[in-house]
Design a protein around this ligand. Structure first.
Ligand code: GLY
Length: 418
């Protein structure tokens, strides 16, 4: 197969690397990709995906980020005759429109937070009354696509108000929600209509600093699987959450085809939905794919061609995988870019090094975004996976960079209970 991956971050690097290891995949192309992934894929500039898919005679197109999905790129590619991994614009509303997602969940009787929409121009008295209804703790969401950075969870009313005004200033409505207690779980499911196949459960770390301090980011690290999740945890999420939602979407005439990402909080009554995303999560995909033994090309192609129900059960490596994100100086506020990166040259994927905000300047890799690299460790235990990832990080130099030193630490120390 010739496969085209759309996107540019470490998630797309992980997809391209796993695809390059699949014997049924002859060529991996990425648009636009980044300069750190040239050892495993041919890069193409950002452009018209249909024209590019035609030019390289793609057998399968895999769309990484939510923005092209919500904009209907999968529909355009399908209309042009290509097999696509990724939902239609109508189905991508499960991420793109919080109101659509809440409506599907209500009809499917899936547990989720109560929510009230606070449109741009809402009166101070309405905002105050809605904050009173839910908080503290206040959950303030940007009701548009915000790359995972649009949520503020805070006990501080002034901070909640500040985020409401900032989101409104950007032109988006706000969603105020009840706070869901309990540890967070990301469960990625391959979905083809009513057929649901879960991947390993993962957890990500969204705040910039250790002990969940500081502002939200696109994600600072993740690990998989979750040693603290009940043995039937994944099956419960599939049965209580993902299957009813997939079935409801089919019933509404908007079947989902691609990767449905359930972001959940595991509270006293079990899993409740924090949000759905219509694509692979970043950075959880990086460790999850590291443990997938079944060749990825065949898996994604089965979803794209409507034959997921015929795919043999997925096979997984034993043990754990963990990723730590190396971020640029001053990320997430205003990342410093253009700094040389040493020790993360292309071709280091098997050592667990994946590139995100990376460009090439005069033959040298330089930082070009906030989240610059992902470093993955694996091991028989989560502690070993942590050790390997942090050791690999020591060999990488990027002036001013920072990372969290506590990825998966609460799980390793047995501090997560449900
Ligand atoms: N891990 C958060 C996200 O992908 O949105």
């Amino acid at each position: 197969m010739r496969i085209l991956v759309i996107g540019s971050g470490a998630r797309e690097h992980a997809l391209a690397y796993s695809l390059s290891l699949d014997p049924s995949v002859e060529q991996v192309h990425v648009s636009p990709g980044n300069a750190g992934m040239t050892a495993v894929a041919t890069l193409h500039p950002d452009g018209d995906p249909v024209a590019l898919a035609r030019e390289i005679e793609a057998d399968l197109v895999v769309i990484g980020p939510e923005i092209p999905l919500v904009a209907g790129v999968a529909d355009e590619l399908r209309a042009a005759g290509f097999a696509v991994f990724g939902p239609s614009a109508a189905a991508a509303q499960i991420e793109g429109s919080k109101a659509f997602a809440k409506d599907i969940m209500a009809k499917a009787q899936v547990r989720t937070a109560d929510a009230v929409s606070v449109p741009v121009g809402s009166s101070d008295s309405f905002i105050d009354a809605t904050l009173d209804k839910f908080g503290p703790t206040y959950v303030v969401k940007d009701d548009g696509l915000a790359g995972g950075k649009g949520v503020v969870v805070t006990a501080d009313r002034a901070e909640a108000l500040e985020h409401i005004h900032a989101v409104h200033a950007g032109g988006n409505p706000v969603l105020l929600e009840s706070f869901l207690d309990g540890p967070e779980v990301s469960l990625f499911c391959l979905v083809d209509g009513e057929t649901v196949v879960p991947l390993l459960p993962a957890q990500d770390f969204k705040r910039v600093g250790d002990n969940d301090k500081g502002p939200n980011t696109g994600g600072m690290g993740a690990y998989t699987p979750l040693p603290w999740l009940p043995e039937d945890g994944v099956q419960r999420i599939v049965t209580e959450v993902v299957e009813p939602v997939a079935k409801q979407m089919v019933a509404e005439g908007v079947p989902f085809n691609g990767l449905l990402y359930a972001g959940l909080a595991w509270g006293s009554e079990g899993p409740a939905v924090v949000e759905f995303n219509c694509r692979f999560g970043d950075p959880e995909t990086q460790p999850v794919l590291r443990l997938l033994k079944t060749p990825l090309g065949g898996v994604l192609n089965a979803v794209a061609t409507g034959t997921l129900d015929q795919l043999p059960p997925l096979e997984w490596e034993d043990g754990y995988a963990l990723t730590v994100v190396l971020a640029a100086e001053n990320y997430p506020a205003s990342p410093v870019t253009g700094k040389p990166i040493v020790g993360a040259e292309p071709g280091n994927e098997s050592r667990g090094i994946l590139a995100a905000g990376v460009a090439e300047q005069n033959g040298q890799l330089v930082s070009s975004g906030g989240r610059v690299l992902n470093v993955i460790g694996t091991g028989a235990t989560l502690a070993e996976a942590r050790k390997q990832a942090y050791e690999t990080l020591q060999g990488i130099q990027l002036e001013g960079s920072h990372y969290r030193s506590d990825i998966a630490l609460p799980a390793v120390e047995g501090r997560i209970s449900i």
